[in-house]
Design a protein. Structure first.
Length: 406
């Protein structure tokens, strides 16, 4: 035994050394991986210097496209359009940090509306624009290889429609200044996208609820839960835009700052003299508010349907429990018959075996016992079903009687 232990010691030492070497190797690999990730992160953060390019489409005062998808350096862009770095940084950050929306379009949940002395900067849904009194800049998407064609098609359709609405000959222009025509064109596209998305949600929800009326299935309930979450996200997005317009309508100073053409001419309006832009914003505010009401009604329908489904499932569960109790009652009733038959079949002498009608007597006795026990248990089960309502009625009657006595 001593020799065996001495021979095992070198093996244990070599095994321990191998384990230590493996742990050190894993530690070095983990450190190398962390260093590589950190280096890539720093490299990606340093790959966006102050002179990075801004890709945008610009329109002139007549609504014609001057530059389509042209890239400007940030410093050049700020000098050309007289934009502060902090304002452009908000647009660029909002432009790059986005979340995927419906249909592959990247949208931001938090809208942005900035008024400056010489421009209006806004971010609504997938539109990021800079409005001046005689020009319009629309920031394009930083498209990658995984960009979808629908996103390109939607953005190009918006740019084409925007060029048409910016022209003074458009029937809906009606002598509005350039900045209001641009703002209205953007609001038209925003409300149209919201209405389209709302119609999609409404159609999907109604189809799910209609299918649930036919049969309640687990897959349908799961799909309804997913749709409820999407509807909540859409409601949050529309609510933020609605709150933004509401705050803008309540700020007379910001409304007056929207008159860029008059500000350029040196004309400044009084505090309440902004009916044109107020009527323009109120019309789209009302449209967005209607969308919010529709979404809230859909959410209420889903919750009501969930409660009804819960009641139906509870009723089915209670029926299954009652069915199980009835089977248990039947088995219990048969048990007493089997007990009597077992007593009769015992190999012991009794007076029944000596009589001629002993078998008939046992059969009748067992059947009567089974029937009586089944009727008794069924009555107790019926009382159990009504015990809550009857007990509640009795307690209410006792309380009313005590109140009358007092």
């Amino acid at each position: 035994m001593l020799l065996r232990n001495l021979s095992l010691k070198p093996r244990l030492q070599s095994f321990n050394s191998c384990c230590v070497q493996l742990s050190l190797l894993r530690f070095k690999q983990q450190n190398a991986f962390n260093d590589r990730v950190l280096a890539n992160t720093l490299r990606s953060s340093k790959s966006q210097p102050d002179n990075e390019y801004v890709r945008c489409t610009t329109y002139d005062k007549d609504g014609n496209i001057v530059f389509f998808g042209k890239s400007f350096k940030k410093l050049e862009f700020m000098r050309k359009y007289d934009v502060a770095p902090r304002d452009l940084r908000k647009m660029i950050r909002s432009h790059t940090n986005h979340a995927p929306g419906v249909g592959g379009i990247h949208v931001d949940f938090v809208p942005l509306f900035l008024t400056r002395n010489n421009c209006i900067m806004l971010n609504l849904l997938n539109i990021r624009a800079l409005i001046k009194c005689d020009s319009l800049v629309v920031f394009d998407y930083s498209l990658s290889s995984s960009a979808r064609l629908r996103e390109l098609y939607s953005h190009n359709s918006f740019l084409t429609d925007l060029s048409t609405r910016l022209k003074s000959t458009h029937p809906e222009a009606a002598l509005l200044p350039y900045e209001f025509r641009a703002l209205e064109a953007i609001l038209v596209d925003v409300t149209s996208n919201l209405a389209t998305e709302m119609n999609v949600h409404q159609t999907v929800v109604q189809n799910i609820l209609a299918s649930l009326e036919v049969s309640i299935e687990r897959s349908k309930l799961r799909y309804l839960l997913i749709q409820l979450k999407k509807l909540g996200q859409f409601h949050q997005k529309v609510k933020l835009i609605n709150d933004l317009l509401h705050d803008l309508l309540n700020s007379d100073e910001e409304l007056n700052e929207l008159y860029l053409t008059e500000i350029k001419q040196g004309l400044y309006r009084q505090s309440y003299n902004h009916q044109e832009v107020e009527l323009l914003l109120e019309s789209y505010y009302a449209t967005i508010d209607e969308i919010i009401q529709t979404v809230e009604n859909l959410t209420s329908q889903i919750k009501t349907s969930e409660e009804l489904i819960r009641f139906v499932l509870d009723a089915n569960r209670n029926e299954l429990m009652l069915l199980g109790l009835k089977f248990s009652i039947g088995l219990l009733s048969m048990g007493i018959t089997m007990y009597i038959a077992a007593l009769y079949g015992m190999n012991l002498e009794n007076f029944i075996e000596e009589s001629d009608g002993g078998f008939e007597f046992i059969v009748v006795l067992g059947s009567i016992s089974l029937l009586l026990l089944f009727i008794f248990c069924a009555k107790q089960l019926n009382k159990l079903q009504k015990v809550t309502m009857s007990g509640t009625n009795k307690r209410l009657a006792i309380k009313n009687g005590l109140r009358e006595d007092h």
